[in-house]
Design a protein around this ligand. Structure first.
Ligand code: BT5
Length: 269
């Protein structure tokens, strides 16, 4: 029995099996690519692909996501938001928020969000998120695909990742973590948060939840503005997913995803 059977049971138990339509594969190139192909063939919202192993797991900007078999959760699903393209990008923050909430609920580890959407435990990355979208006509979206990789039961990482990656098992004193439950709970939170998002077409219904889990909150960050980098205090997000920072002179700035990266002055966060 693969863990997909457990996942299906957990989705049912959480009342999520009507929204998510699970497709499990022993090996995929990338779960995002599988969902993208299904989207082009007309798959419905909630189409979910889980891969035991990814041979070409993708990070952002052409980077790679380490995706060995038997340890982690790799999954992507299809959304068909009816709103305009500008409302889509902040949804990527919803995915990070949902993973952090699920990790806290299932294994009670202190997962935090590294803005905009990495999930970390004690400054090390346990999850990466790659959202891909395609615009249709009239500025509407054709689809959006959140792709989520969670390091669940990894016992070690390749040399180059040792300093910045960790897994739930490693943080949980070596105990094996239920992959299906973490995944199903993430999907539950995502669906719940997505419904809230759709109501207002922004993050206003979850700013408090997000800020509570924001690793850099009230801490010093360096805003890598290509014109003039500066140091500021991170104060939380606004409803568009921008990071609100307080500059040294007391003025406020709002940093948009993709325009600048925020790097802490105290390590990886
Ligand atoms: C991400 O990119 O963090 C997004 C990763 C998304 C992976 C999921 S898995 C399911 C779905 N299908 C896919 O093909 N992708 C998505 P980025 O911020 O660019 O981070 C990539 C960097 O993280 C790499 O260059 C490594 O330094 C590091 N990295 C790679 N694998 C990792 C791992 N398993 N755990 C922690 N860090 C990792």
């Amino acid at each position: 029995m693969s863990w997909a059977d457990d996942l299906q049971k957990d989705l049912k138990a959480l009342g999520e099996d009507e929204f998510y339509d699970l497709h499990y594969y022993e090996q995929v190139d990338s779960t995002n690519e599988y969902v993208k192909r299904a989207a082009k063939e007309g798959a419905k919202e909630g189409y979910l692909v889980v891969g035991e192993e990814q041979t070409a797991g993708k990070g952002r900007l052409g980077r790679r996501w380490e995706s060995p078999a038997g340890e982690s959760a790799y999954f992507s699903f299809l959304l068909r938001p009816r709103f305009a393209a500008e409302h889509v990008a902040p949804l990527t923050l919803v995915a990070g928020l949902s993973v952090a909430q699920a990790v806290r609920e299932t294994v009670m580890l202190p997962a935090e969000i590294k803005w905009p959407n990495d999930v970390v435990i004690k400054h090390k990355k346990i999850c990466g998120i790659l959202c891909e979208a395609e615009a249709g006509g009239n500025d509407r979206m054709k689809y959006m695909i959140p792709g989520i990789g969670i390091n669940v039961n990894n016992e070690s990482f390749p040399e180059e990742l040792k300093e910045k990656a960790t897994s739930l098992k490693m943080e949980w004193g070596g105990r094996t973590v239920d992959r299906a439950l973490v995944t199903a709970t993430t999907l539950k939170y995502f669906h719940r948060n997505y419904v809230k998002y759709v109501e207002t077409e922004d993050l206003s219904g979850m700013i408090k939840d997000y800020d509570f889990l924001l690793a850099s909150r009230d801490r010093e960050v360096r805003v890598e503005d290509p014109k003039a980098p500066y140091v500021a205090i991170s104060r939380g997000i606004d409803k568009y997913g921008r990071l609100i920072v307080e500059k040294e002179d007391g003025s406020e700035a709002r940093v948009a995803t993709g325009e600048v990266s925020v790097r802490g002055l105290y390590g990886y966060i």
